[in-house]
Design a protein around this ligand. Structure first.
Ligand code: AMP
Ligand code: ZN
Length: 462
């Protein structure tokens, strides 16, 4: 474990920046709410994925890779999923598998490391039932008409995370008033399923879980009754995170569920709230059709994670240009965690002050241009901590929008030239052509046909 500066994080629970003190520094534990896999993730969903990836990388550097566990779930049981699968006439599993696969490809393009554990809600039904059982036994939940509800009045300090006035919470909860609720604020832990809906046997009949209980169960299974950091977007504070806290604390009898609660600010597009009806809804996939993943990532990192971010074409263009400038220099040097200057690490340790970290990155670039000793290595090392400069220069320069037109004749000529070069054992040339083709966003698959003749299939990557 390396010696390091104190990490300070803003905690939504206390509304303060605090020194981060892990429960067990040999096992730092973080949970982030993941996607509900019914449709393509949008660019706003990419924000928590990228921000918590930076925090994950930082924690790994500070505590050692083997000492950090990052859990990000997949919500694969949800009424939106049922509706979409029915609409498309496919099974729920087919829909959730397809959506999760696209999500994985997209976030990998954004240079986000996979979490250590990526639990699926449907594989944790037994844990959900176990928690609900404990809540019922402890007087914190009750069964009514096939539902099980959490009894909000049973928890004296309910509402500590969002600190919303009681009347506001009641008004919010009234959206979902039902005769079987003892109190308007009570929320669903379990609900009955119709024959056509996915369901599991439980002590309360065949049914399915509410959304909040899923995260209480998955975090418990993989991180324990209490853990260090819980994250997500600011919209999750109420009711999702408030209710996760209520469930986990009342089931396990602790004063906290996670010590630190972190929330990223919201993303809007060209100054407006993103929505399908406004026609400004951008999926990660759309964005990757126009920009390299690293430019999207860099653009996301430029705004402090707790501030709102305005996602604009102009800012994306500028982010791509800035990386175009830095890439040739940065990729000449090997990155090494120890070579990131202390002030850069300090900026990240100051509640992920990314704007400050990027100012330092720019300064290192200028210094490297001027030939200042070690500045190039420092630039590469800082970039690495942010998940930047991960491609080689040829791949970065050769990037073309996958959504752009592909000249198939030109591609076929290159492929033929590569095959000819291989036959002539000119491997330098055949590798060069391969790089050119992959740089165009194409994926090559080599094989031999029945006559032993070498051939190449190509495909547009994505
Ligand atoms: P959802 O699929 O809506 O539950 O969202 C998944 C994650 O994306 C959650 O952490 C949300 O808080 C976050 N999120 C959703 N929309 C936005 C947005 N416009 N800006 C930033 N984060 C968002
Ligand atoms: Zn959650």
């Amino acid at each position: 474990m390396s010696q390091h500066l104190p990490l300070r994080l803003y905690n939504t629970l206390t509304r303060q920046r605090e020194d981060f003190v892990p429960i067990d520094r040999s096992k730092v534990r973080m949970y982030v709410c993941g996607p509900t896999v019914y449709d393509l993730a949008h660019i706003g969903n990419a924000r928590p994925i990228i921000i918590f990836d930076v925090l994950y990388r930082l924690l790994r550097q500070l505590y050692g890779e083997a000492h950090v566990t990052y859990v990000r779930n997949i919500t694969d049981v949800d009424d939106k999923i049922n509706a979409r699968a029915a609409e498309r006439g496919i099974s729920i599993r087919a829909l959730t598998d397809e959506t999760a696969a696209v999500f994985h490809e997209d976030v990998a393009e954004l240079n986000c490391l996979p979490p250590d554990v990526e639990p699926r809600a449907t594989e944790h039904i037994a844990e959900m039932i176990a928690i609900i059982d404990k809540l019922v036994a402890g007087g914190h939940a009750y069964a009514a008409e096939g539902h099980v509800l959490f009894s909000v009045p049973s928890m004296a300090d309910y509402g500590g995370l969002s600190r919303r006035p009681l009347d506001e919470m009641i008004a919010g909860a009234r959206v979902d008033v039902a005769a079987y609720k003892r109190d308007d604020m009570d929320f669903v832990l379990w609900k009955p399923s119709k024959e056509s809906e996915p369901g599991w046997d439980s002590p309360w009949g065949r049914g399915r879980p509410g959304w909040h209980i899923e995260c209480s169960a998955m975090s418990w299974k993989h991180l324990g009754e209490t853990f260090d950091i819980h994250g997500g977007g600011i919209d999750l504070v109420f009711p999702h995170h408030e209710n996760e806290i209520a469930q986990s604390r009342c089931a396990f009898g602790h004063s906290v569920m996670a010590n630190v609660w972190m929330h990223n600010g919201f993303l809007q597009v060209e100054g407006e709230k993103m929505s399908k009806s406004l026609g400004n809804f951008v999926t990660i996939r759309d964005c990757l059709g126009d920009w390299p993943g690293e430019a999207i990532r860099f653009n996301m990192l430029k705004t402090h994670y707790r501030q709102p971010i305005d996602w604009t074409l102009a800012s994306l263009r500028e982010s791509k240009r800035e990386l175009d400038r830095m890439y040739p220099l940065a990729t000449q040097f090997a990155a090494s965690p120890a070579m990131a200057p202390p002030e850069f690490v300090a900026a990240l340790c100051d509640d992920l002050n990314l704007p400050e970290a990027i100012t330092i990155l720019r300064r290192l670039y200028t210094e490297a241009l001027e030939g200042v000793a070690l500045a190039g290595t420092r630039l590469a090392s800082c970039g690495h901590m942010l998940g930047l400069f991960q491609k080689d220069l040829a791949a970065w320069n050769g990037w073309r929008p996958p959504s752009a037109h592909i000249d198939e004749l030109h591609v076929q000529r290159l492929i033929n030239a590569r095959i000819a070069a291989r036959k002539a054992k000119d491997f330098a040339e055949s590798d060069r052509i391969r790089d050119e083709l992959t740089g165009m966003g194409l994926q090559l698959r080599d094989g031999k046909d029945a006559n032993g003749e070498f051939f190449t299939h190509w495909d547009v990557l994505r």
